[in-house]
Design a protein around this ligand. Sequence first.
Ligand code: ZN
Length: 316
Amino acid sequence: MDTHNKSIKKIKSLIDLMDEVDGHSSYKKKAVPTDASLAMAKEMAAKLDLPFDFGETKVLGTHLLAAYFHEIVHVLNVDPETITIEHGLDPTYIRATIGMSTDHSHATIFVDECLHFWLFAVNFLTLLNTCFDFTEVQKKELARLLAIQFTMFRDPLGVHESSREALAPLFLEFADIALVANAHTLTQTVFAICHELSHQILKHGIESDRDQEFEADKKAFTYLLAIFNERDDLRYAQIDTGTLCSPCLLFYYLSASNTYLLGSDFDTDSHPPNRDRATALEAQRNEWSEKSQANFPKIKRSFDDLVTRIVNSSLR
Ligand SMILES: [Zn+2]
């Protein structure tokens, strides 16, 4: 318990420091929680009978990625002097990347703040469709909202506000599903940070290749398991047992989104198709918890159902 409190204290003070770090950020824009979004978070917490700390929620609204990052570095015992994180809003497309010195002695991980909201929305719509037996008309509406999220991937700032307004009533009505969506989003975000961290630890070049991407995914999953095993001692990166399948879902989401927007699965020389990365992670499913193994086919089927509806109804 003592170590627990100590690590919380360490993390909290690091969050306080982030304000100074942010002054040097290469991102021009940053997400700031609005009064409306904070009010909504409070209302959702009340619905779920969860404690709500206005101050902490406001800080985390800006520094959640940094909080995850510090806990990841702490669990993996990475020297914090060798790696930093920068987060902000990129108007071109949502992404996570890494930049490092040629001798790998220092690296900076860049994570788009929209990644978290995008994943949350996609997880939420997918889980709604998984957990309820909706009518055809309602399913069509879920597919329409998912198509808007797919559009958002390459125009994050263009539809961010309007998409949140469209989803807000659903978040409140199905607050319990939002809680599960949040658990999956947390795991996917931690995985994305671990993937970038793996590139530095495996001493990959700035110009990565396909094999290195698979290698980094594999390493990131072992890191995710290490963080999962320490979850009781962490304050923010608490990976839920049922979400070890989430990184695999993440690549299915990216694959469908790219196919919808670009007509292909964004197949480049440096990155393998997202579908292949999903398949590679799925091959390791014996390492997922039983709960995750049971959850995965249901969630995947529900997501595929929505994607099929998007394609068939030409929601473009
Ligand atoms: Zn990579």
